[in-house]
Design a protein around this ligand. Sequence first.
Ligand SMILES: C[S@@+](CC[C@H](N)C(=O)[O-])C[C@H]1O[C@@H](n2cnc3c(N)ncnc32)[C@H](O)[C@@H]1O
Length: 277
Amino acid sequence: MTYKEYLQVLKEHSPYDFSEYSDNSIFRRIQKVMRDHQISLEELGARTQENRLFVEEVVEAITVNTTELFRDPDVWRFLYEKHLPNYRNNSFINVWHAGCSTGQEVYSLLILFNELGLSDKVRVFATDISQKALDIAKKGVYKHQLDRGCVENFDKVFNDNGKQQTIAFSKYFEVDEKKDEIRVKPILRNNVKFIRHDLVKKELPFYNKMDLVFCRNVLIYFNIKLQTRIVQRFFDSLYANGSLVLGAHEGLSGFFKTKFEKQGPVYKKSNVFHFRY
Ligand SMILES: C[S@@+](CC[C@H](N)C(=O)[O-])C[C@H]1O[C@@H](n2cnc3c(N)ncnc32)[C@H](O)[C@@H]1O
């Protein structure tokens, strides 16, 4: 059996279709599952057909959940200072975080909105294929973050601008240095729904149109055909003046370059007319 044949088996015997993920990363991940379980590709295929719980384990192993608070602080600072203030006159602000992982990106955004006094208007739909990641996201309790520079990132966004007034990390997080653990404070957890959703599937888990779609460091795992389908879905989900935010090393190519205008790290939908409803 080849890796590609294994992905066909997975597709036929489970709700998951990884056949359009980019080859290198997915094959490495499957190899790791085989190593961890000491099984061959044939045995992996057999277990996948027989055991649903095992399939869930494989899906968790295949997805890469790396994330951090205010990852790429320059992007967040741009959003805070230049982009998000544009939503001041909205009566509501709908946001979709696609591939939100364990939620740090979601809470980063909610902090920006809170600092801008726009929290009450924001409704966030945060989705991911990984149930494990979503369970952590809902709790908002993170281990081993302090040495990964989360406070430094926070300060780069808010406190590195020569202004007198600073914003304390402790305004939003309870910090337990002994346990090396941070907890998101309840004020950030009111207007977000974490929902399990597979981006490969056509159906969306909400009916709302979006003002802002985040999909950072997710498309890199997909081949071009799948990326194109998903970006089209983001485009359709956005209001006429909506915006898309991708990862720092991701970009739009071909057709979509004409459909979005790049403003700093933000892709703003352009050349189209939509009713806001
Ligand atoms: C590297 S993380 C990125 C997290 C966050 N957006 C960030 O940039 O920090 C990629 C996330 O995409 C999710 N993912 C992968 N395939 C997916 C799919 N088909 N549908 C939804 N989420 C998916 C993974 O579970 C993982 O949480």
